[in-house]
Structures are given as structure tokens and as C-alpha cells.
Design a protein around this ligand. Structure first.
Ligand SMILES: Cc1ncc(COP(=O)(O)O)c(C=O)c1O
Length: 370
């Protein structure tokens, strides 16, 4: 049976392909999920959430969680927020709601690989705006030059996967001022180092902002995200979401509500998650500098180090490294052509593994004469 045309050319992502090469002896620096263990309070909240009713919630989420998500924002909990089955489902619902065949979608290069795939599935063209090393910041003048009458939406991701770069408020305000529909993926917003990242929340009636608990609370498998935006934008998004997911898991919604309700615990939790990642970032930066002999700007958010590797094709490099040196990293081109010559090293791993994985990488590179 031939699959639908919208799936033509869409394969299992390179991230999954590299992770499939893992063996019990591999050091996995390819993974995109936090190595954070729930504390007793979080487990206790989960146990309590499991005792609550299991019936569907309203499509856009429970009234109580929507209210919590809108506290301190300019959005109306009744009509301007939608709880989703993770940020990924949020992206899918937004693309389904707005993107037509023939449209153009502006996406970052390098950028999270779902954006280009979702554009393709909608019959649209992904048009990449280039981010440049070493700081990988968004050049808004260059981005504006890529806007055409066909541009339907502009995707911004801050802090960025795979770069760890953070966009400042002035940059975000200028992108909002283009007047196009802007989708700001802020799923890594709580994972930051020196200063909290700016957000696009409230930056314009043309802006949709996405976030969730996958990264901040190590809840990747519980699928809990949300979208904020003005009612006129949210109406079609909530309609699409209804036919994709009906509603997000009510267990995860109840847990999210408890997490946001216990402000003192949540602030302490987020501070401890940041402290853990700060230590892991330091170990990664030290090993990259000393073992790989390259200097990169420390990422400002998220838990990825986008690292140049000596002249080689990055897919072949990552695959050979996985099989010969048992270290998993993601080839930079998985995130767009601009990623050629780089690999994404995830430092969401214990310090010993970060250090030994990067050491193994350095040793393997030296045996190859690079
Ligand atoms: C930039 C970015 N957006 C969205 C997602 C999807 O996250 P979620 O688990 O909330 O669906 C990821 C996951 O890695 C990501 O890196």
C-alpha cells in the first residue's frame, strides 16, 4: 500500500538513526532529554494526580491548568491558551491550522528538524534563514529579506536546539513587528545559565508561543505542552488540536497544575535543574576545549554544544564514531545544511560520561590523523 504523498521523502529522523546504533557500551551524547531524576515531591504529586478522574478534559485543557498557565500573562485562560500533548503536537496543530500547499515557512538553519518536516507534510516549502557561528544569533535584516508574499509563518526557537543560542528581546520584537504569523518555540525557556531568556509571550497579536514541561521537568514521556496566542489565532489551532489529540492526558494536566501550584517547590526545582546543567555544561566546555582542541561560545540555554569537527562529512563522521568509538553525537546537517562540519553534543548526561565520551571522540579523531 502506497503511503500518502505527504510522507514522500520523510524518513525516520537522523537523530533516531544515530540513536539506533547505540549498544550497552555506548556513551550517548546524542540524546535530547534531561538526565534529571524526579525528586520525592514530584513523585508524590504524580501519585496524587493518578488518583483523580481519568475522563476527557475540555479540548483546550482543564480550566484550572489554563488559568495557571495564563497567570502573569496578557492571555485569557478561556480562549487564548491550549494545552497540548507536548510541544510537538502543538507545532503539528499550528501547521495544520495555518499552512497551505504552496506556502513558505521560514525556519532557522541550523534548527530543530520537525519544522522542515511539518512544512513538507503541509505541502509548503521550508525556507531557511541562516544562523552564523560563533554566536548563532538571528540576523533580522537577512531574515526580512527572505519574506515573500507566500510567507505564511516564521518559526523562532529560543533557546535553540541544536545551538543553545538565545535571542534577545529587541530581536524578538523586530521579528514580531514583521506582522507575519510568528511561532516562538520556547520549550527550553527554563533551561538557562547566566540570565533568563526573553520570551515572545505578549509581543504581538500575530505571535503564538509554545512551551511545555518536557525539558524543564524531565517529563518528555508525559507529553505536556501548551500554546498561548490571541483568540483569533487560537480558534483554528484548538480546532486542529481537537482532531489530533482530543485533549492532552488528564493525568499530565493534573500533574502540571500541581507543579505550577507549588511555587516554592517549583522555583527550587528549576534552580536545581539549572545548577545540574551548569555543571554538565562546564564539563562539556572543558572537554571540548582540551580533547577536541576547539573553542566554542558556551551555550546560553538548553543542553547542547554545537561543535565543529575537523573537515569531514558530518553524517559519515557521526555514524563511524558510533560504531568505532561507541560515542553517539548527532550530525549537524540533521538540523539543516548550515550544520555541515558540526556535531551536536548533548550534555544531558552525567559528568563522567560527558568527559569520557568527548575524550573518546578526541582519541578517535587523533587516530584518524585529524
Ligand atoms: C526545539 C524543540 N521543540 C519542540 C520539541 C518537542 O518537545 P515536546 O516533548 O514538548 O514535544 C523539542 C524536543 O526535543 C525541541 O527540541
Amino acid at each position: 500500500m502506497k503511503s500518502a504523498d505527504r510522507l514522500d521523502g520523510i524518513e525516520l529522523s537522523l537523530i533516531r538513526q544515530i540513536n539506533a546504533l547505540a549498544t550497552p557500551l555506548s556513551v550517548n551524547l546524542g540524546i535530547g532529554e534531561p538526565n534529571v531524576v524526579p525528586d520525592e515531591r514530584l513523585r508524590e504529586m504524580a501519585r496524587r494526580a493518578a488518583t483523580l478522574p481519568w475522563q476527557y478534559s475540555a479540548n483546550a485543557g482543564t480550566a484550572a491548568l489554563r488559568k495557571k498557565l495564563c497567570d502573569g500573562t496578557p492571555y485569557d485562560p478561556k480562549s487564548e491558551v491550549c494545552v497540548t500533548a507536548g510541544t510537538q503536537e502543538g507545532l503539528f496543530s499550528i501547521f495544520t491550522a495555518f499552512v497551505n500547499p504552496g506556502d513558505e515557512v521560514l525556519i532557522p538553519d541550523p534548527g530543530f528538524l520537525s519544522y522542515a518536516t511539518l512544512a513538507k507534510m503541509c505541502g509548503a516549502t521550508a525556507v531557511r534563514y541562516t544562523l552564523e557561528p560563533p554566536d548563532w544569533h538571528i540576523d533580522v535584516d537577512a531574515l526580512e529579506k527572505k519574506i515573500t508574499p507566500k510567507t505564511k509563518l516564521i518559526i523562532v526557537n529560543t533557546p535553540s536546539n541544536p545551538l543553545g543560542a538565545v535571542a534577545d528581546r529587541a530581536t524578538l520584537a523586530r521579528i514580531a513587528a514583521t506582522g507575519r504569523l510568528v511561532v516562538s518555540d520556547e520549550v527550553y525557556r527554563e533551561i538557562w545559565y547566566d540570565a533568563p531568556p526573553a520570551s515572545m509571550l505578549g509581543l504581538g497579536d500575530n505571535v503564538l508561543t509554545l512551551s511545555g514541561l518536557s525539558k524543564s521537568h524531565a517529563m518528555t514521556g508525559l507529553r505536556l505542552g501548551w500554546i498561548h496566542g490571541r483568540e483569533a489565532l487560537m480558534k483554528p489551532v484548538i480546532t486542529a488540536h481537537q482532531y489530533v489529540a482530543t485533549c492532552a492526558s488528564v493525568f499530565s494536566q493534573a500533574l502540571a497544575e500541581m507543579i505550577l501550584d507549588d511555587r516554592a517547590w517549583n522555583e527550587a526545582w528549576l534552580a536545581s535543574v539549572r545548577a545540574q546543567f551548569a555543571q554538565q555544561r562546564e564539563a562539556a566546555m572543558y572537554a571540548i576545549q582540551h580533547e577536541l582542541e576547539v573553542q566554542i561560545a558556551p551555550p546560553e540555554g538548553a543542553f547542547y554544544a554545537f561543535t565543529p569537527v575537523p573537515a569531514c562529512e558530518s553524517i559519515a563522521f557521526a555514524k563511524t564514531l558510533a560504531t568505532d568509538a561507541a560515542v553517539l553525537v548527532i550530525p549537524g546537517v540533521a538540523f539543516g545544511p548550515q550544520g555541515q562540519g558540526f556535531v551536536r553534543i548533548s550534555f544531558a548526561a552525567p559528568v563522567e560520561l560527558i568527559t569520557s565520551g568527548i575524550e573518546r571522540m578526541g582519541r578517535w579523531l587523533r587516530t584518524q590523523g585529524r
